[in-house]
Structure formats: structure tokens, C-alpha cells
Write a protein that binds this ligand. Structure first.
Ligand code: F6R
Length: 366
């Protein structure tokens, strides 16, 4: 049931506020300023003993993990590695019983992720499945299972699962910080207060849909689009590029903004659009100078920044603004225009949005 939407994907993009609300529901104790670890699904793993984290995933789930890493490391000071499931078994395993290996998978059936998490378990790691589909194979193979409760995702391109995964991993970071006393309860309360704002701010950001539909006309004939960002926004850029490729078959690449001058800047000319993620965060000034470099070489700029940022607007050809908010909330909001942009470009191109060519919802072959 598409609930009045033209495609499942559009419906699922619009379900992001609920998806995040359901993920955080019951796990955040607003009164005590605590994470409710039992409700999170951890009962066998002892979080107090963890001194290293490995996140294993593919595709969009890999980007959710890569993005969340910044928060987990910030909260816990525990080193976090994020590994592509398909590659992780080709390296010598260095995990041990103090390593928490986390398989992040919407379907819970992705064979690469399953094999990789089994490999970590065999080598002695504590394993946690963060999945959307209950009773999945990946969950069966882990010590603990934490559901994200995003609700069924039908569109092949993952959207609401992404934001639910990010919120789940942030909660896990806070749970580790709480158990290992790495953050004061005031600080945890502060983070919880931010997280609970995400659903309503997502709701607000979704109202950008018709504006994004309008500007998508400018991009659907492009043969290639670059996406750049720094820090967490690097992985929002990666997610934007992946979605564009899979839905509209337009070549796209996501890049860390600082890497531009180490090669890809050679691609820039007056025909190339660059989607620049530059909201007001700790890396803002540096990203702005990258945008100026692109502009100086004639590249066309679609920036995604903070509402009312006239400086950014003045150096951009197109501008999409999200509300001013804290760094915990920001990547949730800037991901929305990524999903909507690829959706509307694909609709303009007339591709099969819910079932792009050559793709399957769960990838059960290696
Ligand atoms: C992208 C997409 C894929 C999946 C990937 C992992 O839109 O849907 O990249 O994210 O195949 O799938 P799960 O999360 O089910 O393991």
C-alpha cells in the first residue's frame, strides 16, 4: 500500500520521522537522562568490557555506520572501524573478546554482512545485529539483536532505514558511554534532548520536497554529478551519490571535500554540477573554501546548507536550506534532500524508482 504516494520510495522517505521515533522510543529515559539498555536489545554482551568497535555493513548501511562512527568515538573515545562486509574477510582478523562487532543491515539477510559477522564471531568478537527485519539470519548468528523498527521498507533504495540506523548507532554510542562512565549524565541528557527533536525536524525538512522537485529539472540531463562534504557530511555525500546512481543511472561520486584538490578537481568545468554539503557545523569554513575553489573553475554548485546562510547562497547556483540545529541532528536533515533529489531526478528521467534495473532488495549472493 503506497498510502497515496506515487512510489514506495517517496512514501518511505516521508516515513522517516516515524522510523526514527520508533527506533528511539523506549530506549531513551528522558526523566533519568539514561539509555535503557535492555530495551535496546543488549542482554548477552557486556558493554563495560568493550575497548574496540568494528562496524560491518554494505551500501547505505555502510554509510550509516561510517557517519555514526564520529558520534560513537566522540562519546566513548573507543576506536571504531567501519568495514565493507565484502572486504572484511580478506584481512587477517585482529578482533578479540573485548571487540564489539556490529552487523548493520536493513534486511538482515545480506550474505556479505552475514559471512563477515560470522568471521568476527569465530575469531572471538562480541557480535551485535542492528537490523530492521525481525528474525533475520544475521540476527540469528549474533550474540544480541537490536531492531531498528523502521517498519517494512519496500523500495529497493534504502531511505528510512538509513536514518533509523544512524539513530540506533548514536543510542548505542551513548549506551557505551553510560556503561563505561565516559560521559556525565548531564551530557547524556543533553544528547537525548537533541535526539528526541529529530522526528519533528525531519518532518519540517520533508516540506522541501516540492522545491527539490522544481530544481531537479536542472539535473536530470547531467551525465555526472559530484557530491562533497566533510566529517559526517562526507557520508551524507556518499549516500547522495549512491542514491543518484542507483535510481537515475547518472554517474555520481561522493568525495571528502578535502580530497577534491588531490585529483577530482580536474573534472570541474562549466558543465559539471557539484552538490556541496555545507551546513553550519565545525567544518563549515573549510568546506566553504572548497566551494570557492569549484566556483573559481566554473563548476556549478548546488549547496545544501543552513537556512538563511546568505554567504553560502551567494556562491551557489542553487541552494537548499535545512534548519539550524546541533551536530547530532544535522546529518539526519541533510540526508533528506539527498533522497528527495535522487527521487525527483529519477521520476523526471522516467526510471523505475522502486525497482531500479539490476538491483535486488536483499543481496543474497556474494
Ligand atoms: C542502497 C541500498 C543498498 C543496501 C545494501 C545493504 O539504497 O539499498 O546499498 O543498503 O545492499 O543492504 P542491507 O542493509 O539490507 O544489508
Amino acid at each position: 500500500d503506497k498510502n497515496g504516494y506515487d512510489h514506495y520510495m517517496l512514501k518511505e522517505i516521508h516515513e522517516q520521522p516515524q522510523a526514527v521515533a520508533q527506533t528511539i522510543n523506549g530506549r531513551l529515559d528522558l526523566e533519568l537522562g539514561k539509555i535503557n539498555i535492555d530495551n535496546y536489545g543488549i542482554s548477552n554482551i557486556n558493554l563495560k568490557e568493550i575497548d574496540r568497535i568494528q562496524i560491518i555493513a554494505c551500501g547505505t548501511s555502510f554509510y550509516a555506520g561510517s557517519l555514526a562512527r564520529y558520534f560513537i568515538e566522540k562519546f566513548t573515545k573507543i576506536p571504531v572501524e567501519v568495514e565493507l562486509a565484502s572486504e572484511s574477510r580478506y584481512r587477517t582478523s585482529t578482533v578479540n573478546s573485548r571487540t564489539l562487532s556490529i552487523a548493520v543491515s536493513q534486511s538482515g539477510e545480506t550474505i556479505d554482512t552475514l559471512q563477515a559477522i560470522k568471521f568476527s564471531k569465530e575469531n572471538g568478537a562480541q557480535t551485535l545485529a542492528i537490523v530492521n527485519v525481525p528474525g533475520s539470519t544475521i540476527a540469528h548468528n549474533c550474540h544480541d539483536e537490536s531492531l531498528i523498527y523502521a517498519g517494512p521498507e519496500v523500495g529497493v533504495a534504502s531511505t528510512k532505514a538509513f536514518s533509523a540506523q544512524v539513530s540506533s548507532l548514536i543510542i548505542l554510542g551513548l549506551a557505551l558511554a553510560q556503561e563505561q562512565k565516559k560521559l556525565s549524565s548531564e551530557k547524556i541528557t543533553e544528547c537525548i534532548d537533541e535526539l528526541v527533536k529529530v522526528p519533528s525536524l525531519l518532518e519540517k525538512t520533508l516540506t522541501l520536497s516540492s522545491y527539490i522537485e522544481k530544481i531537479s529539472k536542472k539535473f536530470y540531463k547531467a551525465s555526472s554529478i559530484l557530491f562533497i562534504g566533510r566529517g559526517q557530511q562526507w557520508f551524507v555525500a556518499m549516500e547522495g551519490a549512491l542514491k543518484l546512481k542507483e535510481l537515475s543511472y547518472i554517474h555520481a561520486e561522493g568525495y571528502a571535500a578535502g580530497e577534491l584538490k588531490h585529483g577530482p578537481i580536474a573534472l570541474i568545468d562549466e558543465n559539471l554540477w557539484v552538490v556541496c554539503l555545507a551546513p553550519k557545523d565545525s567544518y563549515y569554513e573549510k568546506t566553504i573554501s572548497n566551494i570557492e575553489e569549484i566556483r573559481a573553475r566554473g563548476g556549478k554548485i548546488l549547496s545544501v546548507g543552513t537556512e538563511g546562510d546568505e554567504d553560502l547562497k551567494s556562491i551557489s547556483d542553487e541552494f537548499i536550506g535545512v534548519v539550524e540545529c546541533s551536530e547530532i541532528i544535522l546529518p539526519f536533515l541533510t540526508a533528506v534532500p539527498m533522497h528527495l533529489l535522487s527521487y525527483w531526478i529519477a521520476v523526471k528521467k522516467g526510471t523505475d524508482v522502486d525497482q531500479p534495473r539490476n538491483l535486488a532488495k536483499s543481496v543474497t549472493v556474494e
